[in-house]
Design a protein around this ligand. Structure first.
Ligand code: ZN
Length: 270
């Protein structure tokens, strides 16, 4: 199977204004056209939840027109870390899932809130037993992102494995891995066959910079080798930011740099 590469929707006008609604339908369309023009095959929707349902459906059509695969959507509603928060979180998570389905993606990325272990395990169980069947029905895999330590990731993997639910996997965020004392390759091997998508992003081991791969100090050859070793079949998704450190954002330059670096890394000629 041909390798496929994707990039998250970055605010095409530079830094995303404080009010997320500025990233409207027109700005999303510009962002998708930019991603496609840089040579990417697919996209992740980073900020989609404020869009109207008909706008989310329209973006799916825009992707089809551009020949861009809508691959994933990033929900900003975390999986609750305490049973007391499940009732509030569930309707919001279902709304995120419905939006993701309208966009036509096959993966929804989720963070997982921390908590006391037993309470958190129960909260994850209650939430995922409710959400995962709905996701499976919509053809969407839930991908839990590594946002903390190796112990946290091992806890999440053990919890998910014990639940044995359909449509639940993981998302490797390479930048988060190094900030929490792991190499991306270690985190990828821990996730193994559960790996559903990626957030390929770089930093210097100090801050969560979300730089294009190759612009920081992550070992990308080792990261690539781990992805190939676990036989990852999904899209190689980049997650860069609209607020790079100590400079103005450069949406086109950063998107193109990410694309060109990954193609070279995987030995694909332009
Ligand atoms: Zn991420």
């Amino acid at each position: 199977m041909a390798l496929r590469f994707g990039c998250n929707t970055l605010y095409p006008h530079g830094r995303l204004p404080r009010e997320e609604t500025a990233f409207d339908l027109a700005a999303h369309r510009e962002s998708l056209a930019l991603i496609r023009s840089c040579g990417f095959d697919g996209c992740e929707f980073s900020h989609y939840q404020h869009l109207k349902p008909e706008e989310q459906t329209a973006l799916r059509a825009t992707c089809a027109e551009l020949g861009l695969m809508p691959s994933s959507a990033h929900s900003w509603v975390p999986l609750p870390g305490a049973v007391a928060n499940v009732a509030v979180a569930l309707p919001r998570l279902h709304a995120s899932l419905e939006g993701a389905a309208r966009l036509g993606v096959s993966v929804m990325v989720l963070h997982s809130a921390g908590g006391e272990a037993e309470d958190r395990r129960n909260a994850l169980g209650q939430t995922l037993r409710d959400l995962a069947p709905a996701a499976a029905k919509a053809g969407i895999t839930l991908a839990i992102e590594n946002c903390s330590s190796r112990a946290d990731l091992e806890f999440l993997i053990a919890t998910v494995d014990a639940l044995a639910l359909p449509a639940v996997g993981f998302n490797i965020d390479t930048g988060h891995a190094v900030l929490h004392g792991m190499t991306p390759a270690e985190a990828i091997r821990l996730m193994g066959h559960r790996l559903a998508t990626t957030h390929l992003q770089d930093n210097f081991g100090k801050r969560d910079d979300h730089l294009p791969p190759g612009k920081g100090t992550i070992d990308w050859v080792a990261t690539r080798d781990a992805l190939l070793e676990v036989r990852y079949q999904g899209m190689f998704m980049v997650e860069i930011s609209d607020c790079p450190p100590e400079r103005e954002p450069l949406p086109r330059e950063d998107t193109q740099a990410a694309h060109d670096f990954l193609h070279k890394l995987f030995g694909i000629r332009a």
